[in-house]
Design a binder for this molecule. Structure first.
Ligand SMILES: [Zn+2]
Length: 261
């Protein structure tokens, strides 16, 4: 495409998006991560700008990624929370959105995660779109997890979660959660249903959300009107890993966390 057309295309795309249509960008697929493709040379900075919210993981699966309004957090398996420079850290799987909530419900009575998710799902206008979901509030109980950095040869994600995930449990947390709700038809590409990451307001506790009881706060969301999938390089491992397998059962175990041992 010549320079003029590129500029015109950029202008039209920005105009469309500035008009309120929100855009999800994703790097790689959930099935590539399940298959053990943890290497990456894709810098997080390529997915980040102010207004961007998102979740994912880092090179070699080194912790849980949470992006809040352009601020990047790395929740590590030892429970510590780092603030890496987006240009100097890479991700093998991440989903981000220029999030601007269009709808919100207050939570005034305690709700389990299951009840909270059902409430939000019922409030969605469509179950055929993707949504960014933002939760702020107080939680009487929160269970999260993270995973440690992996070394070659890489094990499939379900094995890492089974053998190495670290669970964190805490009572009386005030914090913030961001994640996505994705329809079933994108199975293999992203995580059908809710996939949420949490961080406490004091930035000392967080991770991939496994369970909670929410006492009070708000849940807001926005449907995406565009979805862009960024692919790893054709010379990377992504080109040769097996993406033909059905990994539904593995995904369920990974998302819910392996049973406590
Ligand atoms: Zn996660």
């Amino acid at each position: 495409m010549n320079r003029y057309l590129t500029l015109l295309w950029t202008f039209l795309t920005s105009a469309l998006l500035a008009n309120g249509a929100s855009h999800i960008h994703q790097y790689a697929t959930i099935d590539s991560l399940l298959a053990g493709d943890y290497e990456s040379d894709f810098p997080c900075s390529r997915l980040i700008r102010p207004g961007h919210y998102g979740i994912g993981t880092f090179h070699k699966l080194d912790g849980e990624l949470l992006l809040l309004n352009g601020e990047l957090f790395q929740i590590k398996a030892d429970g510590s929370i780092a603030r890496p420079k987006p240009e100097s850290i890479t991700t093998p799987f991440a989903t981000v959105m220029d999030f601007d909530a269009i709808d919100m419900i207050p939570i005034k009575q305690p709700k389990t995660l299951e009840a909270l998710e059902a409430t939000v799902e019922n409030a969605f206008l469509s179950l055929n779109h993707l949504y960014g979901v933002h939760i702020k509030g107080t939680f009487s109980r929160v269970v999260t997890r993270s995973v440690p950095a992996q070394e070659e040869p890489y094990q499939p994600l379900v094995e890492v979660v089974r053998n190495e995930q670290v669970r964190f449990e805490k009572e009386n947390v005030t914090g913030e959660i961001f994640g996505f709700w994705v329809p079933e038809y994108l199975e293999g590409v992203n995580v059908p249903g809710f996939h949420l990451h949490l961080i406490s307001d004091d930035r000392t506790f967080g991770g991939h959300l496994l369970d909670l009881v929410m006492e009070s706060g708000t849940v807001s969301w926005e449907p995406a009107m565009a979805f862009t999938l960024h692919f790893p390089d054709p010379e990377s491992d992504f080109a040769t890993i097996n993406l033909r397998e059905q990994r539904e059962a593995e995904l369920r175990e990974v998302e819910l966390g392996a049973p406590a041992q």
